[in-house]
Ligand binder design. Structure first.
Ligand SMILES: CC(C)(COP(=O)(O)OP(=O)(O)OC[C@H]1O[C@@H](n2cnc3c(N)ncnc32)[C@H](O)[C@@H]1OP(=O)(O)O)[C@@H](O)C(=O)NCCC(=O)NCCS
Length: 159
């Protein structure tokens, strides 16, 4: 299969949304649950090959924390819990001095309830409070669901 075509998106943080309730910063203890959740979310989507399986989720989270996609920003990375377990996550790095939303995922069992949007809003609020001006990301063109979410939040295509 051909590599997916990706667009680069960016949003300015000059007027960030208020912090939505119900999200908490990432902790290292979240890694096993988030890895399983990541695969659950990405499987069957246009970006499935980015993760591949649960072990791939572990690998990607460890690579993110180790700086493979830029310096990991745990204080700007958020988790959504339900009944004491993670059901959504947003992992953020600082890539070439610019914040990058490296991964965003919601458990299919909790999709369509605003968790994805809330996670990105929590990220935007935290980054603005830390003095950052913009948030960037790369999204696969065919990933319509993610693109609609980013559109709603005011992201624009830069490349
Ligand atoms: C993309 C992704 C994170 C979206 O997560 P989500 O939690 O379902 O996102 P939201 O609930 O905020 O928004 C999704 C839809 O739910 C709707 N929605 C939001 N809040 C809602 C609510 N309270 N009640 C009902 N529907 C709601 C939104 O309008 C949106 O509808 P649309 O897709 O028709 O525009 C999720 O599908 C996912 O994990 N995908 C796989 C990984 C991926 O592709 N990540 C992005 C890589 S760049």
């Amino acid at each position: 299969m051909n590599a997916p075509v990706r667009s680069r998106l960016q949003v300015t943080l000059s007027a960030p949304p208020p912090p939505p309730p119900g999200f908490r910063p990432f902790t290292v203890a979240d890694v096993p649950a988030l890895a399983a959740l990541m695969w659950d979310a990405y499987r069957g989507t246009p970006d499935e090959a980015d993760v591949r399986d649960v072990q791939g989720g572990v690998r990607e989270i460890h690579l993110t924390m180790a700086g493979e996609y830029g310096t990991f920003l745990p204080d700007a990375s958020f988790v959504a819990d339900h009944d004491g377990r993670p059901v959504g996550g947003a992992l953020v790095t600082l890539y070439r001095d610019i914040p990058l939303l490296a991964f965003l995922f919601t458990a299919p069992s909790h999709a369509g309830r605003g968790l994805g949007q809330g996670l990105v809003q929590a990220v935007m609020h935290a980054l603005a409070a830390q003095g950052h001006d913009v948030l960037t990301l790369a999204v696969t063109r065919r990933n319509r669901r993610a693109r609609r979410l980013y559109d709603r939040l005011g992201f624009i295509e830069t490349a």
